[in-house]
Structures are given as structure tokens and as C-alpha cells.
Design a binder for this molecule. Structure first.
Ligand code: GLU
Ligand code: ZN
Length: 305
């Protein structure tokens, strides 16, 4: 008799919001999560985070899929859309409501801003104004989750040990907005669990959201994935490349040139001869040589290198 210890398959994902075409910063994260998954013979899922409907831009899903294909970043399984799972989120909210874990918050932006200044809460933590509100609530309201005094700790593969005091640093946060939109923090936890995601590789801009997500995993009895937060690409002025800073869409005319640049920004330094390889060859080289440790403790990478 012998016992086989199966290591569970690595399941990673890329979860862009369809707010526009991919720019260099988003493709950077996509490439990092793809390489990390493939270097460990894992699956790489593609999920479209399309719940924030006012921000969705027509045509961006198609453009995202085309871009990933042009860059030889082939996803496993079918594409997931969060909007297909609205019933799931609402069912889980109903059970949290029965447990008294969430409460209706009727605060307006204005009253909230005023009370935050009053108590001089530097971190913008919710002052618990509505904690004693009961269901049913007939006014327009958001749903907030009750937080407590626990510490949330996790060991990020690049950024090291992170410890947050849940109530003090995050406070009761929103799971469903007043406009009925399911909040990102809540949806992401349910999606990652449903999809069996056990490795999350994403940008540093989401590092501070992670304790909230771990708390929700604890509440819902889900396991916590491994986290790796890669640096953010910053433009010449030091701002994160994003739609807000008018980052340009990545062009599809010379994918190899772009991947080459992205690999350098990931501090992987591909050999110069590969500049003439195909996108697939270059990506295969990168999988075989993937070493994220070169990015340890780095928070931003300037675009010009
Ligand atoms: N959809 C999120 C974004 O575009 C990313 C979600 C995640 O990786 O957790 O910023
Ligand atoms: Zn409130």
C-alpha cells in the first residue's frame, strides 16, 4: 500500500472589468498571472467582472478577448461573466441577512462625508451610523457587513506578511450598493470560490482590498487562496496606468515587441534573440523561466526603463 498525495491543481484567473480595451498596465497583470499559472502546470481562467454596469463599455469584452489571443495568452475553460451569477450573490446576501451579519445603511454620500470629517477618520472607515437599522428597510439603502476586532493576516508571495485590524482599518464595508449593484469585494470572493481559484495574482492596487476579501472568505467558510500582488506600472508622472490617466489601448500590430517590453517590466529579461520569435515562442520561454522573486517588495515600476 502506498498513499498518493495529490497536490491540487493550480487554478488562477484574470478578471478584467470591461471598462475599455486592455492597456499596458492591465496586460502586465494578465501576463504575470498567466505565467505564474502555466509555470505551475495550472489552469488560467478568464472572468469578466461586469457587475458595475454603468462603467461597462460596449465592445470591450471582444477587444479584451482579441488582445489576449493576439498575445498568446490562451485561457482555459469558457469565459465567465459575473452577470450570469446575480442570483447566487443575492441568495448569499439573503442568508447573511437572516444571520444578522449585514444591515441596511441609508447614509447618503453627503451625511457620510460630513460625519467622516466630524470624527476625523483619516482612513475613511464607516462610523457605524446605521448599525442598529433593522430589516425590512423601506428607504433606499446599501447593505453593509458587520466587522469585528479580529486581525486579518496573510503572507503575500511578493509583499510579505500583511496584518490588518479589520474594524479599525476597514470597518463595516458595503456588499451591495444603494443602486443595487453587487460590490466588487463581495462578488470576487464568491466567484473565486465557485471557480475553485486557489492562486490570485493581481496588481498592488488591490493589496489593501485583500483583508476585506479574506474576512468574507472566513464568514462564508471558504478557503483563502494564495496571493501575489505584482507592482503597478506608473507613467512618467508616477501615476498608475489606468483608464482614468488615459492609458492607451495596447496595439495588436507587434505583440512580440509588447510582450518583450512587459517581460522586462516583470524583470524577467528575455534574451535579445527572442525579439524575432513568435508571440507563442516568447511566452513559452517566459513560462519556462518565470521567476517572480525578482519583483519582491517592489510597489511600482516606471514605464520608462
Ligand atoms: N476586476 C478587477 C479590476 O479590474 C480585478 C479583480 C481581481 O483581480 O480581484 O480591477
Ligand atoms: Zn449608514
Amino acid at each position: 500500500m502506498f498513499v498518493v498525495h495529490d497536490t491540487p491543481t493550480y487554478i488562477g484567473r484574470f478578471a478584467p472589468s470591461p471598462t475599455g480595451p486592455l492597456h499596458l498596465g492591465s496586460l502586465y497583470t494578465a501576463l504575470a498571472s498567466f505565467l505564474d499559472a502555466k509555470a505551475q502546470q495550472g489552469k488560467w481562467l478568464l472572468r469578466i467582472d461586469d457587475l458595475d454596469t454603468p462603467r461597462n463599455a460596449t465592445g470591450s469584452v471582444d477587444s479584451i478577448l482579441k488582445t489576449l489571443e493576439a498575445f498568446a495568452l490562451h485561457w482555459d475553460n469558457h469565459v465567465y461573466f459575473q452577470s450570469d451569477y446575480l442570483d447566487t450573490y443575492n441568495t448569499i446576501l439573503a442568508s447573511l441577512q437572516r444571520d444578522n451579519t449585514i444591515y441596511p445603511c441609508t447614509c447618503s454620500r453627503k451625511t457620510l462625508a460630513a460625519s467622516l470629517t466630524e470624527i476625523a477618520s483619516a482612513e475613511g472607515v464607516y462610523p457605524n451610523t446605521c448599525r442598529n437599522n433593522k430589516f425590512p428597510c423601506h428607504q433606499p439603502h446599501a447593505l453593509r457587513v458587520r466587522t469585528d476586532d479580529r486581525m486579518i493576516s496573510f503572507d503575500d508571495r511578493l509583499q510579505g506578511l500583511i496584518n490588518h485590524h479589520l474594524a479599525r482599518q476597514h470597518g463595516d464595508f458595503i456588499l451591495k450598493r444603494k443602486d443595487h449593484i453587487i460590490a466588487y469585494q463581495f462578488a470576487v470572493v464568491i466567484d473565486d470560490d465557485r471557480q475553485g481559484v486557489n492562486h490570485v495574482v493581481r496588481g498592488m492596487d488591490l493589496l489593501d482590498s485583500t483583508p476585506k476579501q479574506i474576512y468574507l472568505q472566513q464568514l462564508l467558510g471558504f478557503s483563502t487562496p494564495d496571493y501575489l500582488h505584482v507592482p503597478i506600472i506608473a507613467d512618467n508622472l508616477g501615476f498608475k496606468l489606468s483608464k482614468q490617466t488615459h492609458a492607451q489601448a495596447v496595439g495588436l500590430t507587434s505583440p512580440v515587441h509588447v510582450i518583450f517590453k512587459l517581460l522586462n517590466l516583470l524583470k524577467q529579461h528575455p534574451p535579445l534573440e527572442l525579439q524575432h520569435a513568435s508571440a507563442t515562442e516568447l511566452v513559452n520561454w517566459a513560462i519556462a523561466h518565470w521567476n517572480p522573486a525578482t519583483l519582491k517588495n517592489i510597489r511600482t515600476i516606471p514605464l520608462e526603463i
